[in-house]
Design a protein. Structure first.
Lengths: 311, 311
């Protein structure tokens, strides 16, 4: 089977697995006075130029304030606006991927983002993707667990070429950098793009890269779910909730000012509501927010200003 | 006196007048159970490359949930990033202006933005500016009052060249267009840039343009204040508040994705907290929000999709 079909089937399956797991967390979370467990609403959409997608969004859940897990498979003419940025040759492209952002309600539970995609232009195919973690209250254990899980998946997928984790961890720190704030969006993870045999940095082929890519993608749930489960019930103060909403503002700033995925979506006339499902449900912008030296907020900012080795 | 000094003195005076008027509104607004009237906090800052500013921000007021009225006067080397966009010649620039955004608490009271600036590069000086209105609940009377006041000010300032209002009204509709949403940010106002004798479209000099520019700037209070006063006490439902927060999300999208002023500020290493004072205090992003046909929300969207003649 061609990689196009394999990749589309894979991301559809991953979307199912992730949504099922998250609905399971919602169903098992019981707290007095809260509404029904959150469930995903599904929207199928078609792209005028070719292809379409299956968006799934959960809003107002017990654990997840907002969660979007989207799959798309689109094709057609390469839009002029993105021609220069795309490897390959020719005027037609194909792109499929799964993209998710989870915004938990509890400020102690971190926001997370993941994206795994396969693209082709003319005769050239490549993989991209990654997953990363954005805490509001810093738990070093969580960052270590997340990164250790990703490193193990990179090693399992890439065999002896174990430096892939380090390369893609560094790339993640560079990519998710909020230049105008001089800080990272979160505590990182992995990020990679344009990954094909010629650029992998070691002798390989698309089949081997497929193994790496699927292994990295399948590590998302084991990397994130344990963190969500151990933080979702932590008692939170009003001040922590306010801090979470302020920090979500930084998330919006990154996505609208710097994120290439958002730009690509807008330039290729993607479905607006699917692109913007990443934006947090409720956000604050307060003027000139300062943190108390020595506080947990200050500890978070220190790590965001100086990305750390977590493994 | 050189235009540089005159312009800086003018915008400082306008900042004083506007802040005083708004603090007056806060002080006179009495409602049971609300906190103290809002007052402006002032921050003076210096720009490493030359110049500085006087930022004034009011948060958590009775009438104004967040308001920023900033003045700056900066100079130095023209940053490479903005060289191509700037008229004039030479490697040094001067820029002074007042910039304000007011976010009232009540969803029936519109958000407003205004900016009046004078720039020089080498031997060339020019004016820019404008003011515009962003309602959440559409009151056609408000839009008409706002535009009539601006039109009268344009006519008073530009004498027989009365088409300035129409030109700058159209420019405003074009500029504040949220391309990715296919709608205007609000019901418009006026917008102009690079206004100098050579581009004014009629025989004039900088002195005559000064008269126009100050007249337009001084029309801000009479254009906006009566609207704020007649809407601030309108009873609002929970649904109207939610709608206001959703629509504030569009305001953020415009400012971060499209606004040239924000881009210019970031590219010239401006003070982040002063640039981002325009962002609303509290914002929602809900998935795929739909409005009921025939509702007031639908009426607003209709006007935003098809900018109207209000005079």
């Amino acid at each position: 089977m061609a990689f196009k079909q394999r990749a589309e089937a894979f991301v559809l399956g991953l979307q199912d697995a992730i949504c099922q797991a998250l609905e399971g967390v919602e169903a098992q979370h019981e707290e007095v006075g809260q509404g029904a467990p959150g469930t995903f609403r599904e929207d199928r959409w078609e792209r005028p130029g070719g292809g379409g997608g299956r968006s799934r969004v959960l809003e107002g859940g017990r654990v997840l304030e907002k969660a979007g897990v989207n799959v798309s498979a689109v094709w057609g003419e390469v839009p002029d606006a993105v021609k220069a940025q795309m490897p390959g040759d020719g005027d037609t492209f194909f792109a499929t991927g799964v993209s998710l952002v989870l915004h938990p309600r509890n400020p102690h539970a971190p926001t997370t983002h993941a994206n795994f995609r396969y693209l082709e232009r003319g005769s050239v195919g490549w993989f991209g993707g990654g997953s990363d973690l954005t805490p509001y209250v810093l738990y070093e254990d969580d960052a270590r667990h997340f990164h250790h899980t990703l490193r193990a998946a990179c090693q399992a997928g890439a065999g002896a070429h174990a430096d892939l984790y380090q390369r893609f961890k560094d790339w993640c720190d560079t990519y998710f950098w909020n230049t105008h704030r001089h800080e990272a969006r979160g505590v990182g993870g992995i990020f990679f793009d344009h990954l094909r045999p010629e650029t992998a940095g070691f002798p390989t082929d698309l089949d081997a890269l497929w193994t790496f890519w699927t292994s990295a993608a399948e590590s998302f749930l084991p990397a994130y779910l344990p963190i969500l489960l151990r933080r979702k019930d932590t008692p939170a103060t009003e001040a922590e909730r306010t801090w979470q909403l302020v920090r979500r503002g930084r998330y919006v700033e990154f996505n609208l000012l710097h994120d290439r995925g958002t730009k690509f979506g807008l330039q290729t006339q993607g479905r607006i509501e699917s692109i913007f499902m990443s934006l947090p449900p409720l956000v604050r912008w307060d003027y000139d927010v300062q943190v108390v030296p020595g506080s947990r907020e200050a500890a978070l900012l220190e790590v965001l200003a100086h990305p750390r080795d977590w493994t």
